[in-house]
Design a protein around this ligand. Sequence first.
Ligand code: FES
Ligand code: FES
Length: 160
Amino acid sequence: MKEMEIQFQLNGCDVCVDVPSDTLLVDLLRDTLGLKGTKTGCREGECGACTVLLDDIPVNSCILPAFKVEGRSVTTIEGLTKDDGRLDPIQEAFIQEGAVQCGFCTPGMIMNAKALLGKDPHPEEGKIREAISGVQCRCTGYQKIVQAVKSAGQKMDSTR
Ligand code: FES
Ligand code: FES
């Protein structure tokens, strides 16, 4: 397969990589760049485990060809942690509210929550449920996940 060069911003840093032209974004992130926080489940765009933000919009990286991110900005779960190691308020809220069980769906849930709270810090419960509807939690901890997103919005508001 022909190699191609892709340049994009990843978690705020400029990245330039050569990959086979049929590489999917999730494989570029996990295998080429070593960012294992983004998970793979179905690899068919159904479970949401592989969600990352592309220009602040959630996308399923398992069905997105890597070349599509050329010149754009990608944020993964690793990009939410501050340089000094502090967690994002959404990550903190997931811990405090007990919204993490096996943790497999957690990166996808948090990336969807990040996109939602970036637009609306006080979403109604229905909006939260809609925002995370593309991510399946096999541990079925949805109630605590919704509570964590609500609580993160309140926390982010108080620190603005
Ligand atoms: S692994 Fe991408 S949606 Fe399931
Ligand atoms: S916490 Fe296990 S899949 Fe959601």
